[in-house]
Design a protein around this ligand. Sequence first.
Ligand code: S3P
Length: 431
Amino acid sequence: MKTLNGKPSTDLHGTLVVPGDKSISHRGIMLGAISEGTTHLSHFLTSADCLSTLAAFQQLGVHIERDGQDVTIHGVGLHGLKPSAQPLDMGNSGTTTRLISGLLAGQSFTSTLIGDASLSKRPMKRVSVPLSEMGANIETTDGHLPMTITGSPLHSVTYQLQVASAQVKSALILAALQADKPSTLVEQLPTRDHTERMLTQFGGDIATAADGVTITVQPQPHLTGQTMTVPGDMSSAAFFMVAASLVPNSKITLKDVGLNKTRTGLLNILQRMGGKVSIDAAPTDGEPIGDLTIETADLHPINIGAADIPAVIDELPLVALLAAKADGISRITGAEELRVKETDRIAAIVQEFTKLGINIEELPDGFVIDGRMPWHVTDNQLDAHDDHRIGMVLGVAGLLVDKPVQLAGADSVRISYPEFFDDLNTLLPKE
Ligand code: S3P
C-alpha cells in the first residue's frame, strides 16, 4: 500500500530521461533473435514485460546477454529457434504473446504459451484466427491462454484486420516473413508502425501503401543484426507531461522521447486542449526523437473519437485525467479496446476517479467527464487494478487531491516503468 501526497502539489521542476520504449524493446529482442549476427540494444527497457520477452527467447535457444540497459542478442536466423522444454511464460505481456505467436506459427516445433491471471483473460482469437488462415495450427483455451502452437508451413494471405491493433498486425507480419509468397495486410486505422520500420532496418522487405493502411510483406528474408538506441517511451513520458500540465507552477523537460507520429496522440491532444509544450526535435536516421518541455496550463475540454484512438491507446487514462481538470465537458468515444487491456480500463478509471469526486460517466466505448467541479475525495482507498497504467495515472492524480489517499497495487508499475514513483519524486519540490 502506497500513500500518495495529502496536499495539492505545486512546482514540479527538473529534467528526466524516461526509460526506453516498451514496444521497441520487445521488437528489438525478437528481430535480433531471428537475424543473423549480433544485435546491440542500448537504453533497453528493463521492465517486467520486456524481460518476459527476453526470457522467452532465451528459452527458445537464443543467447542473450544483458548488462543493465545494454542488451546483446546473438541471432540464430529465422529458422534457428529451438523448442522449449517448459511452457513459455508471457507474464503480464500482451505484446510478447501476440507477437511471438506469429513467429512460432511458422516454426518446425510445438510451443505452449502461459501467462498471469490478467493476461489469461485477454483475447487471443484475434491472433489465432488470422494465423490459422495462414495454415497455423493453434489451440487456445476458449480463446485465451494457455495456447499451444504447433509450427506449420505457412501460406500467404490478404487479410483485413478486424481490430485496430499493432500487436495483431505485428503477429501477422512475423508470420508473413515465413510464408510461401508475399502477404497483404489491410488495417482498419493506422496503428504504431515500429515493426515495419524496424523490419526494414534489419533488412526485411515491407512496404506501406500511400493509403497508410495497406501493408505488403515479402517472405523469407535474411535479416541482419543491428545496433540501436531505444528512444524514451512516449507512453511513460506522458505521465509527466500531464503532471506538469496540471500541477500549478510547473515546468519540466523530458529528454530523448520517441516522437513517432503513430504514438504522439497524447501530445497532440494536450496541445489541442491548450497545453504548453515545446518540442526540440533531434535529427535521426531511425525513429524520430526530441526533448519536450511542458509547463502548467489552463485546459479546455476535448472530444475524441475512434480515428484518434490508436495513437493514444495507452494514454487514454491520462486523457481522462486532463479532462477532469478542463473547464468543460469532454467526451472520449470509440475506445472499446480499453476494455481488453491489462484490466478493463474504462471500468477501472470510472471506479477510481469517482472515489476522487471526479464527475465521470461510463460509456460502453469511453467516458464523459465534466472537469468544472472541484474534486472531493469520497474514498481514500485507491486500487491500481493490477494494471501499471492505472497505477501511474492514480500516482499523478494523487498530486492533485486535498487529502492523503492510499494506492493498493502500486508495484504494478514494474510492468512498464519500475522507477516511476522515484522519478516522479525527483520532480517534487525538496522539503
Ligand atoms: C503495443 C500495441 C498496443 C499497446 C500495447 C503495445 C505494441 O496494443 O496497447 O501497450 O507494442 O504493439 P494493441 O495494438 O493491441 O492495441
